[in-house]
Design a protein around this ligand. Sequence first.
Ligand code: MG
Length: 309
Amino acid sequence: MFAFDGTVLIEDEFLRDGLQNEKRLFSLEEKLGFLAQLEAAGVKRIQIGSFVHPKWVPQMANTDELFTCLKPREGVTYTALVLNGAGLERALAVGAKHLSISVSASETHSQKNTNRSVDGGRAKIKPVIEKALSEGILVRAGIQSALGCGFEGHIDPDRVSDIARDFAAMGVQEINIADSAGLSNPRAVYELCRRLRDETPANVALSLHLHDTRGLGIANFVAGLQAGVRIFDAAVGGLGGCPFIPKATGNVATEDVAFVCEEMGIETGINWQMLREPVERAEALLKRKLPGRMSHMPPPPWAQHSEDK
Ligand code: MG
């Protein structure tokens, strides 16, 4: 029997992981337009950008402005990615209340992303997390490349476990396990998530960040569900990648994850059929088809009228 209780929270990262690799720069107005469409469809947590240096990721340069311009909707959490103390200062200045602060578990990825070793990155991020927590920010501490690295291959689960236990001891609210390059498989996802669940306090939530590079995104998602994970990252249209990871493709598509949940009777609060509009808009602006499935498919016969719900 498929064991399941509770609901699933999907964090949409179209505006961050989705857009960060795109050459076409998206204006503040365009981003606000996508934000409104995600909110209307019922997305409850939205990663709207990252506080990284605009020289490295120009697409994220208007993250500060986006935070100050958005009109928060009740029940929606707006979050962003922070990789260092300078980023945290910018996040605090615009009143962010929830942040992802992350390190990489891969030496090569860490060097390419931040010019630091894994241990160097961990030492550098600790005071950033402590400062954020002391300012009342809800912190999601992330472990990038936790399930494999495009440069190094396998990542030792002992190292991931060590980082996760360290994060838990700092008092973070959530630990995010990222398959940044989309290299994992359902068994590896299940085993790592079960292990981290056993090794971290129950009041620290676990979340999964999955990429669909080899078509295993939804299978990995279900494996995460079975391991007890209830928070997942996704991006509308499956847009995205990582500028520093060769050929990493997008996150699992939000509409696909919301669809599979609906089909399994699991509540996400998202009307996936309402995500067709942002996908169509993104495709028009980017002049290409996005990889997500359900925005290009008719609903199954028993869900034809779900937009009337
Ligand atoms: Mg990613």
